[in-house]
Design a protein around this ligand. Sequence first.
Ligand code: ZN
Ligand code: ZN
Length: 260
Amino acid sequence: MGLRNTSRNTMKNTLKCDLHVHTSYSFDSNTTMEQYARRAVELGLDAVCFTDHIDINNHRNTFSGFPFDERRRELERVQKQFAGQIKLLLGFEMGEPHLHPRETVFLRSLHPDLIIGSVHDAPPLDGIFDRRAYERAYDRLVRQMVLDGDFDILGHVDVLRKWHDDYVEDFDYVRGTLKLCVQRGIVPEVNTSSMRSSGVPPMPDLDAVEYYVRCGGRYVTVNSDAHTLNQLDEFSRVREMLPGGVELCCFVAGKLCTSL
Ligand SMILES: [Zn+2]
Ligand SMILES: [Zn+2]
Protein backbone atom coordinates (compact mmCIF):
# COMPACT_ATOMS: atom_id res chain seq x y z
CA MET A 1 0.00 0.00 0.00
CA GLY A 2 1.03 3.54 -0.44
CA LEU A 3 4.00 4.49 -2.51
CA ARG A 4 4.49 1.55 -4.83
CA ASN A 5 3.97 2.17 -8.50
CA THR A 6 2.32 -0.80 -10.12
CA SER A 7 1.57 0.40 -13.63
CA ARG A 8 3.83 2.82 -15.40
CA ASN A 9 2.32 6.21 -16.03
CA THR A 10 2.09 6.76 -19.75
CA MET A 11 0.89 10.37 -19.49
CA LYS A 12 3.52 13.00 -20.08
CA ASN A 13 2.95 14.56 -16.69
CA THR A 14 5.65 17.14 -17.09
CA LEU A 15 3.69 19.91 -15.40
CA LYS A 16 5.48 20.98 -12.23
CA CYS A 17 3.07 22.80 -9.96
CA ASP A 18 2.61 23.15 -6.24
CA LEU A 19 -0.95 24.33 -5.82
CA HIS A 20 -1.28 24.26 -2.03
CA VAL A 21 1.04 26.75 -0.35
CA HIS A 22 0.52 28.89 2.77
CA THR A 23 2.06 32.34 3.11
CA SER A 24 2.21 34.96 5.84
CA TYR A 25 -1.47 35.61 5.05
CA SER A 26 -2.18 32.31 6.84
CA PHE A 27 -2.24 32.26 10.65
CA ASP A 28 0.27 29.41 10.69
CA SER A 29 2.97 30.63 8.26
CA ASN A 30 5.51 33.45 8.18
CA THR A 31 6.89 32.89 4.67
CA THR A 32 6.27 35.61 2.11
CA MET A 33 5.05 35.19 -1.46
CA GLU A 34 8.31 36.67 -2.68
CA GLN A 35 10.39 34.11 -0.78
CA TYR A 36 8.33 31.24 -2.22
CA ALA A 37 8.52 32.70 -5.72
CA ARG A 38 12.30 32.90 -5.60
CA ARG A 39 12.57 29.33 -4.34
CA ALA A 40 10.05 28.07 -6.92
CA VAL A 41 12.16 29.55 -9.72
CA GLU A 42 15.24 27.80 -8.27
CA LEU A 43 13.29 24.52 -8.21
CA GLY A 44 12.19 24.99 -11.81
CA LEU A 45 8.46 24.92 -11.03
CA ASP A 46 5.92 26.00 -13.64
CA ALA A 47 3.42 27.37 -11.14
CA VAL A 48 2.74 27.93 -7.47
CA CYS A 49 -0.69 28.70 -6.05
CA PHE A 50 -0.97 30.58 -2.78
CA THR A 51 -3.85 29.04 -0.84
CA ASP A 52 -4.12 30.85 2.45
CA HIS A 53 -6.55 29.62 5.09
CA ILE A 54 -10.13 30.79 5.16
CA ASP A 55 -11.55 29.05 8.22
CA ILE A 56 -14.77 29.82 10.01
CA ASN A 57 -15.35 27.61 13.02
CA ASN A 58 -15.53 27.66 16.80
CA HIS A 59 -11.75 27.95 17.06
CA ARG A 60 -11.05 30.73 14.58
CA ASN A 61 -12.52 32.99 11.96
CA THR A 62 -9.96 34.09 9.39
CA PHE A 63 -12.62 35.27 6.94
CA SER A 64 -13.65 38.25 8.98
CA GLY A 65 -10.99 40.93 8.59
CA PHE A 66 -9.00 38.98 5.99
CA PRO A 67 -6.96 41.49 3.94
CA PHE A 68 -8.26 40.32 0.55
CA ASP A 69 -7.28 43.51 -1.32
CA GLU A 70 -3.87 43.82 0.29
CA ARG A 71 -3.08 40.17 -0.48
CA ARG A 72 -4.08 40.58 -4.13
CA ARG A 73 -1.93 43.71 -4.46
CA GLU A 74 1.02 41.86 -2.92
CA LEU A 75 0.51 38.96 -5.34
CA GLU A 76 0.36 41.37 -8.29
CA ARG A 77 3.58 42.99 -7.14
CA VAL A 78 5.38 39.63 -6.89
CA GLN A 79 3.84 38.45 -10.18
CA LYS A 80 5.40 41.48 -11.89
CA GLN A 81 8.72 40.88 -10.19
CA PHE A 82 8.87 37.26 -11.44
CA ALA A 83 7.09 37.75 -14.77
CA GLY A 84 8.25 35.25 -17.37
CA GLN A 85 9.94 33.08 -14.72
CA ILE A 86 7.04 31.43 -12.94
CA LYS A 87 3.26 31.52 -12.87
CA LEU A 88 2.00 32.68 -9.46
CA LEU A 89 -1.65 31.91 -8.82
CA LEU A 90 -4.30 33.25 -6.46
CA GLY A 91 -6.10 30.64 -4.41
CA PHE A 92 -7.70 29.91 -1.06
CA GLU A 93 -7.91 26.87 1.16
CA MET A 94 -11.48 27.15 2.38
CA GLY A 95 -12.48 25.11 5.41
CA GLU A 96 -15.80 23.31 4.89
CA PRO A 97 -17.10 25.50 2.03
CA HIS A 98 -20.45 23.68 2.05
CA LEU A 99 -21.13 24.99 5.56
CA HIS A 100 -20.31 28.57 4.50
CA PRO A 101 -22.02 29.14 1.14
CA ARG A 102 -22.24 32.95 1.44
CA GLU A 103 -18.54 33.32 2.19
CA THR A 104 -17.72 30.89 -0.62
CA VAL A 105 -19.76 32.96 -3.08
CA PHE A 106 -17.75 35.96 -1.91
CA LEU A 107 -14.45 34.12 -2.53
CA ARG A 108 -15.63 33.20 -6.04
CA SER A 109 -16.48 36.86 -6.66
CA LEU A 110 -12.76 37.61 -6.21
CA HIS A 111 -12.07 35.40 -9.27
CA PRO A 112 -9.34 33.25 -7.73
CA ASP A 113 -7.51 30.76 -9.93
CA LEU A 114 -8.69 27.98 -7.65
CA ILE A 115 -10.28 27.12 -4.33
CA ILE A 116 -9.23 24.09 -2.29
CA GLY A 117 -12.00 22.65 -0.12
CA SER A 118 -10.72 21.05 3.08
CA VAL A 119 -12.22 19.84 6.30
CA HIS A 120 -10.35 21.23 9.31
CA ASP A 121 -12.28 21.98 12.51
CA ALA A 122 -16.00 22.18 11.98
CA PRO A 123 -18.78 22.31 14.57
CA PRO A 124 -20.02 18.79 13.66
CA LEU A 125 -16.67 17.48 14.93
CA ASP A 126 -16.60 19.44 18.17
CA GLY A 127 -17.10 17.34 21.27
CA ILE A 128 -16.30 13.98 19.63
CA PHE A 129 -13.45 12.63 21.73
CA ASP A 130 -13.47 8.99 20.68
CA ARG A 131 -10.84 8.66 17.96
CA ARG A 132 -12.75 6.18 15.79
CA ALA A 133 -16.00 8.13 16.10
CA TYR A 134 -14.14 11.33 15.21
CA GLU A 135 -12.51 9.70 12.18
CA ARG A 136 -15.82 8.46 10.80
CA ALA A 137 -17.48 11.84 11.45
CA TYR A 138 -14.57 13.49 9.65
CA ASP A 139 -15.01 11.16 6.66
CA ARG A 140 -18.73 11.94 6.51
CA LEU A 141 -18.04 15.67 6.60
CA VAL A 142 -15.59 15.38 3.70
CA ARG A 143 -18.19 13.37 1.78
CA GLN A 144 -20.84 16.04 2.41
CA MET A 145 -18.42 18.76 1.34
CA VAL A 146 -17.76 16.96 -1.95
CA LEU A 147 -21.50 16.60 -2.51
CA ASP A 148 -22.50 20.17 -1.68
CA GLY A 149 -19.44 22.44 -1.76
CA ASP A 150 -18.27 24.81 -4.48
CA PHE A 151 -14.54 24.25 -4.82
CA ASP A 152 -12.04 22.98 -7.39
CA ILE A 153 -9.59 20.76 -5.50
CA LEU A 154 -10.34 18.37 -2.64
CA GLY A 155 -7.73 19.04 0.06
CA HIS A 156 -6.06 16.18 2.01
CA VAL A 157 -9.04 13.77 1.91
CA ASP A 158 -7.72 11.65 4.80
CA VAL A 159 -5.63 14.19 6.72
CA LEU A 160 -6.28 12.31 9.97
CA ARG A 161 -3.58 9.95 8.75
CA LYS A 162 -1.24 12.82 9.62
CA TRP A 163 -2.93 14.01 12.80
CA HIS A 164 -3.71 10.70 14.59
CA ASP A 165 -0.80 8.33 15.13
CA ASP A 166 -3.30 5.50 15.72
CA TYR A 167 -5.47 6.39 12.72
CA VAL A 168 -7.64 3.59 11.37
CA GLU A 169 -8.66 4.42 7.82
CA ASP A 170 -12.00 3.37 6.35
CA PHE A 171 -10.49 2.72 2.93
CA ASP A 172 -13.79 1.94 1.23
CA TYR A 173 -15.42 5.13 2.45
CA VAL A 174 -12.50 7.34 1.43
CA ARG A 175 -12.45 5.69 -1.98
CA GLY A 176 -16.18 6.24 -2.31
CA THR A 177 -15.56 9.93 -1.72
CA LEU A 178 -12.92 9.97 -4.46
CA LYS A 179 -15.42 8.32 -6.79
CA LEU A 180 -17.86 11.14 -6.05
CA CYS A 181 -15.15 13.63 -7.02
CA VAL A 182 -15.26 12.14 -10.51
CA GLN A 183 -19.01 12.73 -10.70
CA ARG A 184 -18.76 16.27 -9.37
CA GLY A 185 -15.73 17.27 -11.47
CA ILE A 186 -13.63 17.95 -8.41
CA VAL A 187 -9.91 17.20 -8.62
CA PRO A 188 -8.41 15.46 -5.59
CA GLU A 189 -4.97 16.60 -4.54
CA VAL A 190 -2.30 14.16 -3.46
CA ASN A 191 -1.10 16.03 -0.39
CA THR A 192 2.44 15.04 0.58
CA SER A 193 2.62 16.85 3.93
CA SER A 194 1.97 13.58 5.79
CA MET A 195 5.26 12.26 4.41
CA ARG A 196 7.29 14.95 6.16
CA SER A 197 5.42 15.13 9.43
CA SER A 198 4.72 11.51 10.18
CA GLY A 199 6.43 9.55 7.43
CA VAL A 200 3.19 7.99 6.25
CA PRO A 201 1.96 7.79 2.63
CA PRO A 202 0.51 10.87 0.95
CA MET A 203 -3.15 11.79 1.36
CA PRO A 204 -4.74 9.95 -0.40
CA ASP A 205 -2.21 7.15 -0.95
CA LEU A 206 -1.41 6.00 -4.46
CA ASP A 207 -3.58 2.88 -4.26
CA ALA A 208 -6.56 5.15 -3.68
CA VAL A 209 -5.48 7.30 -6.63
CA GLU A 210 -5.41 4.12 -8.73
CA TYR A 211 -8.98 3.38 -7.61
CA TYR A 212 -10.01 6.95 -8.54
CA VAL A 213 -8.58 6.37 -12.02
CA ARG A 214 -10.47 3.09 -12.34
CA CYS A 215 -13.65 5.05 -11.52
CA GLY A 216 -12.95 7.39 -14.44
CA GLY A 217 -10.95 10.03 -12.56
CA ARG A 218 -8.51 11.69 -14.88
CA TYR A 219 -6.76 14.54 -13.08
CA VAL A 220 -4.88 15.06 -9.82
CA THR A 221 -2.45 17.59 -8.42
CA VAL A 222 0.49 16.75 -6.15
CA ASN A 223 0.83 19.42 -3.50
CA SER A 224 3.14 20.03 -0.56
CA ASP A 225 0.81 22.08 1.68
CA ALA A 226 3.95 24.07 2.48
CA HIS A 227 3.97 26.40 5.47
CA THR A 228 7.72 27.09 5.33
CA LEU A 229 10.14 27.68 2.48
CA ASN A 230 11.93 24.34 2.70
CA GLN A 231 8.60 22.52 2.39
CA LEU A 232 7.81 23.96 -1.04
CA ASP A 233 7.39 21.15 -3.59
CA GLU A 234 8.85 18.67 -1.09
CA PHE A 235 8.38 15.02 -2.15
CA SER A 236 7.95 16.06 -5.77
CA ARG A 237 9.02 12.51 -6.65
CA VAL A 238 5.41 11.48 -5.98
CA ARG A 239 4.57 13.02 -9.37
CA GLU A 240 6.61 10.32 -11.06
CA MET A 241 4.98 7.59 -8.97
CA LEU A 242 1.40 8.29 -10.01
CA PRO A 243 -0.53 5.35 -11.41
CA GLY A 244 -1.08 5.05 -15.15
CA GLY A 245 -3.96 6.94 -16.69
CA VAL A 246 -3.87 9.98 -14.44
CA GLU A 247 -2.77 13.40 -15.55
CA LEU A 248 -1.36 16.32 -13.59
CA CYS A 249 -3.36 19.50 -13.93
CA CYS A 250 -3.44 23.13 -12.87
CA PHE A 251 -6.20 25.72 -12.59
CA VAL A 252 -6.04 29.19 -14.07
CA ALA A 253 -8.95 31.58 -13.58
CA GLY A 254 -11.02 28.67 -12.29
CA LYS A 255 -10.41 26.56 -15.41
CA LEU A 256 -8.62 23.25 -15.38
CA CYS A 257 -5.60 23.06 -17.69
CA THR A 258 -2.88 20.51 -18.35
CA SER A 259 -0.28 22.92 -19.71
CA LEU A 260 0.70 26.51 -18.94
ZN1 ZN B 1 -5.69 21.94 5.27
ZN1 ZN C 1 -3.16 23.76 3.77
